[in-house]
Design a protein around this ligand. Structure first.
Ligand code: FES
Length: 83
C-alpha cells in the first residue's frame, strides 16, 4: 500500500491543498487504485513556503503545486502502483 499524505495546515491549505486532494482522488478513481493508494490528511510538516502544498509519498517529502497535482501523481505515484 502506498501512503500519500497531504498537508492541511494553514499555509498549505491557502496554497490549494484541497485542490491537490481532489486531483489525487480523481486519479485514484480513474485508475482504480483504491486498494493500492491511501490518502491521508496531515498536520503542518514544517515545510511551509509561499507556494505549493507539502505532500509525502511513503514518507518522502515533496512540494506540489495544485495545477500540477495530476502530473505529479502520474510521475511519482502511479509508477509505484505497477508491479
Ligand atoms: S502548513 Fe503545510 S507544511 Fe506547514
Amino acid at each position: 500500500m502506498i501512503t500519500v499524505r497531504i498537508c492541511v495546515g494553514t499555509s498549505c491549505h491557502l496554497n490549494g491543498g484541497h485542490n491537490v486532494i481532489s486531483s489525487f482522488q480523481h486519479m485514484i478513481e480513474e485508475n482504480g487504485l483504491h486498494d493500492k493508494v491511501t490518502l491521508e490528511a496531515a498536520f503542518c510538516m514544517r515545510e511551509c513556503t509561499k507556494s505549493g502544498v507539502t505532500v509525502t509519498v511513503n514518507d518522502e517529502k515533496y512540494r506540489v503545486e495544485p495545477e500540477k497535482a495530476r502530473s505529479f501523481f502520474k510521475e511519482k505515484i502511479l509508477p509505484l502502483t505497477i508491479g
